[in-house]
Design a protein around this ligand. Structure first.
Ligand code: SF4
Ligand code: MG
Length: 328
């Protein structure tokens, strides 16, 4: 049946556009209120471009990005401006994203200065933000180099939150941190989401973290989303051969309750984005393609798979129902 990407209440026009989205494929997803969408894929898959499109509220090269049920392409200029303030970003490397010459107070307060907030009020809000992220208010007078990586990332989070956004884009927020402090930052992010009713776009290549934090997951390959839907559904039963290979490499947190999963190996590298590809873009690396009978392989070679609904999520593989793919 026809499945809409975004739960809009009305709008047949929009629904017709969705039809186009599915045909052109590309990047279509929704950031839902109070939820976390995990965006995963290898480096070079288009995650950074997608982050930029979300931050700029730019129209994706192909596809649609919706926020709380509203297609961002349909926003008026004033709605767009308002939504821009509502979306803030936390970068991967807090050391690189925080100006070392600025005090913590200046760093966290800076986004407020453009909003004409009086200095006293900025100072008060900065201290409240520090408390919110689990740091001493007295740290406001110090400089970034006086802090550990985990503390610096908390400062980055405080800076993103000071303008009271509704959505945080978390671009690999813990991958530059020591493993020993990652959990603390992840837990903080989860607490903040609850407390402030935030939505997250959580970009990561670490699937173990995404599994822990995401409500929905979008898996990207070569600038397209190849599997998208409920996190639990995808993690417990991935249907795209690429997702299955990625997940097979993730350590299983509780071996007691899950069947043993061996690693599925991918051959080759990502093809260059400019290389023109007939049929399925994943074919050259696809472990399922490699073991299909010739008539099914022929489909992969000649027809690019579109996203379609299989077992409750969207997946772009002609043979997503197949269970013959065995681990290496
Ligand atoms: Fe692999 Fe074919 Fe599915 Fe593409 S369509 S992912 S090549 S099985
Ligand atoms: Mg989950």
């Amino acid at each position: 049946g026809v499945k809409r990407h975004f739960p809009l209440t009305k709008g047949t026009v929009f629904r017709r556009r969705i039809g186009t989205v599915r045909a052109v494929d590309g990047v279509s997803f929704e950031l839902k209120g109070g939820k976390t969408l995990g965006l995963v894929g290898e480096s070079g898959c288009g995650k950074s471009t997608t982050v930029m499109e979300v931050m700029e509220l730019a129209k994706p090269q192909a596809g649609r990005i919706a926020v709380n049920g509203v297609d961002t392409a349909t926003l008026s200029p004033s709605e767009r401006r308002a939504l821009r303030t509502d979306i803030q970003i936390v970068f991967q490397d807090p050391a690189a994203s925080l100006d070392p010459r600025m005090t913590v107070e200046e760093l966290i307060g800076e986004p407020l200065t453009v909003h004409d907030v009086p200095a006293k009020e900025i100072s008060r809000r900065v201290r409240r933000m520090l408390e919110l992220v689990g740091l001493e208010p007295s740290y406001a007078r110090r400089y970034p180099h006086e802090f550990s990586g985990g503390q610096r990332q908390r400062i980055g989070i405080a800076r993103a939150l000071v303008v009271e956004p509704k959505i945080l884009v978390l671009d690999e927020p813990v991958s530059a941190l020591d493993v020993s402090v990652q959990a603390g930052v992840i837990n903080l992010l989860e607490d903040l989401k609850q407390q402030l009713g935030l939505s997250y776009l959580f970009v990561a290549h670490d699937l173990a973290v995404v599994r822990h934090i995401a409500d929905d997951v979008a898996v990207m390959y070569l600038g397209r989303i190849i599997e998208y839907g409920d996190s639990d559904a995808i993690f417990s039963n991935p249907r795209h051969p690429y997702t299955r290979a990625l997940l097979s490499a993730v350590p299983i947190p509780n071996p007691q309750i899950e069947r043993t999963r061996e690693r599925i190996l991918l051959s080759g590298d990502l093809p260059s984005p400019t290389e023109s590809i007939t049929g399925c873009a994943f074919r050259k690396r696809c472990p399922l393609y490699a073991i299909l009978p010739p008539e099914q392989q022929n489909e992969c070679e000649t027809r690019a798979p579109e996203l379609r609904t299989v077992e409750g999520r969207d997946v772009s593989c002609h043979w997503a129902e197949q269970d013959i793919l065995q681990p290496a």
